[in-house]
Each structure stands twice: as C-alpha cells, then as structure tokens.
Design a protein around this ligand. Sequence first.
Ligand SMILES: Cc1ncc(COP(=O)(O)O)c(C=O)c1O
Length: 437
Amino acid sequence: MASKMIKTNNSKKEFSRAQKVLVGGVNSPVRAFKSVGGQALIIDRGLDSKFYDIDGNAYTDYCLSWGALILGHAHKEVMAAVNKTLKNGTSYGTTTKLEIDLAETITKHVPSIDLIRFVNSGTEAVMSAIRLARGFTNRNKVLKFDGCYHGHCDDLLTSAGSGVTFLASSSSKGVPPGHVQNTLSIPYNDIQELITAIDRHRKDLACVILEPVCGNMGVVLPKIEFLRTIRDLTRRYGIVLIFDEVMTGFRTNISCSQSDWGIQPDLTCLGKIIGGGFPIGAYGGRRDIMQCLAPLGDVYQAGTFAGNPVVMAAGLATLKNLNASVYKQINQVSAKFAQETNEYFKEYNIPAHLSTYKSMMSLRFRKEIVIDYSSAQVASSHEIYPKLFHHLLNNGIYWPPADLEAFFISSKHTQKDLNTLKDHIIGFFQSYKPNKK
Ligand SMILES: Cc1ncc(COP(=O)(O)O)c(C=O)c1O
C-alpha cells in the first residue's frame, strides 16, 4: 500500500519556535522523534480515536497520551464532568468530595488497596511508595528489574527501559552514585537470579518493585511462577512488594493486572488512566503500611495540587465508563487485530510478531518471544522501526515515536481502524527492503 506524504509546514514552523524556548522543543524526551528521525508534530485537537495536527492532518492515535486515554480523546462524559467541575473553580488545597469518590471507586475495585494517596504523576507515586516502603521496614535497598521503567526518580534510573534505553550508561547523568547504591537490578522473569538476589540481600531489602506486565521495554508478560516466587519470598522476609501499575492499571480490566495474575501486592502505584487525561499519580495498599504516611505516621509526603478536583472529576468519569462491556469490546477488537497480524507474519515467514497484553501491544522484529530486557533489545530494530513509524504516519496513523514502547487501543478504536492499521503494517513489510550493508 503506497504512502501519501503529509503536509507539515505549520508543524515545522511551530516546532522551530518551540526549539528556541523548550529544551529540544519538547517537555518529555521521547516526544522529540529522536529515535525515529524527522520532526515532531504540533497537535491541535483530538476526538475519539483521532487527533489532528495544525496542518489539518488527521491521525488515528495509538499512543493515546502514553496509554492514559482508554476512552479516546475528548470523551463526552469526561469532558462534561471536567466542565461542570471547572465552573466551581480549579483548586482549593483541601479535601473535596471528588477525592473521596475516586478513592472509594479505586479501593472498591482493587482489593489490595485499603488506603490510597493521590499525587501528580506516576514518577511521584513510585518515588513516594519507595520512601514509604523504606520507612515501614527501616531498610534501604530496592530490588527492581532490568527494562522496567518507573518514572524518572533518581533511585530507579538504572537499567530503565523507555526513553532512557539509549543513554550510554544505564543511568542518567546527574544522579549521584549514592542514589543508586541501594538499587539492585536483575533480569525480568529470571527466577533463579531473583532467588539469589533476595537470599543475599533479604535483611536490607525494603521493597521489590516491578511492572506486573512490562510496557516500557515493549510488552513483556511475566511468567506466573516468577510473580508467585516474588510474592512468596517478599512475604517470607517482610519485604514490601510494589506493583507499578501506572501503565497497566485499569487498562484491561477494572481490578488492574494484579487480578489477572491472582497476586496481591502490598502497595500499588497508579497513574495515567485514573486521571482521565490529566496529570495524576496514586499509591495505595495495605492499611498498616499506608498508615505510616503523614499525617498518621512519620513518612512525609505532600503536594500542593494532589487530589485536584478537575483531575479527580476526569478520573472518576473515566472509571465510571469502564464497565465490563467496554473492556470486552476493547479486548475483543485488540485480540482479533493481533491474531490476524500475527497470522500474516507466520504465513509469509516474516521475522516479526506482536507481543500483546490485550489492548497494550508492541511490535517485535523477531519471531522469538521476548521475556526480558536483553531479548527485547535483540527484537528491536533501529533500522526498521523508524521506517515503519514514518510509513504509518504518512498514512494517518500515529504510533509511539520510539521502538520498545507499547501502543494502545481505546474504546473508540473500531475494528475498521485496526484493519487499516493491519493493512498498512502488511503493506510496509511487503515493500520493505533492508539497507544494504
Ligand atoms: C510503569 C510506569 N511507571 C511510572 C511511570 C511514570 O509516570 P509519569 O510519566 O506520570 O511520571 C510510567 C510512565 O510512562 C510508567 O509507564
């Protein structure tokens, strides 16, 4: 299928203005198209499964604000809730009914969460959950897994996935060695390494943190035995188990991915979907642990805008709309798309596959299943992904502008949208010619 060329004159003009005042023209590195080449688009508005740039091009959006917009852009009821709340003001710096409502909704649906605290981003949720785990256990060490990204807090910028994959060393510059000296990072899904690490450090480990399904090295499913071993060992040694569900929370069902695995963590970090497209993070879990937080306990954490009413209203309206039939529909269209695309790859012997966690997926440039960060890197392609990205973009499809990211499907994406995506992926592979060495 031939690509059209899109007009980008206005985006180009605005992006050069952006580069004069915003670092790299963006407010988050991966938006800058650095790993796919070309130049970032300037977006004007969104509706349902699409957004529109300032040159008037329409794109079916599979990035969806990095997974936040499960109901698509400008969902009617979310917008109505936001507008209604806005009429009364924007922020009061004190508790509102909306905060209580959202907290009740989340604790009702996620049984591992007795008490919750809202913050302003996923990074803040993780950073605070780790502080809480340290305060609760009086221990310092944190065990994480290579390729899991937990936001940009200093302690966890080691072997992170997502946008930092390409840094020369596995940590960011500007992080003093002291910040990572208590951080251990081992391969995801490696049960033997896990047993060894916990056995060696069990007296010093405050917490084990992981994405219960990885999205930040592309989609990687956990082995169930891996999760069970983590749960058993953390419980045995009094180590706090933190599930980072900032990306997976409320993505495939109303009780988060922990309910898929039948494993209850001690603390859960949330973000993205629960803010309905506004900045949010949250962490919650076992009552005895959460009660160590100020004002009840001695672990301090605070926030001027935490629990902002407009954000709460958007989150609440989003969760209210996520009923069983909405999940069924999103998961069904996603499954059909993934199955047919993967069948095509098999039939034509193309070394690629979609790794999927229902409506969260990524494309691997290899047949073999990805189980950890090193196999994710082997299955990534700095040559093919940028070409595929631009092929899709030129055909009105917006994918995340970096390999090793997940793409997402919303309730507004139709089977027709996904058939178009499949056809353009197939069209790309049919005409793809590798660079000559
Ligand atoms: C699993 C996970 N944790 C934490 C974060 C950080 O969230 P935020 O970007 O809201 O700070 C992200 C962001 O993508 C994430 O995917």
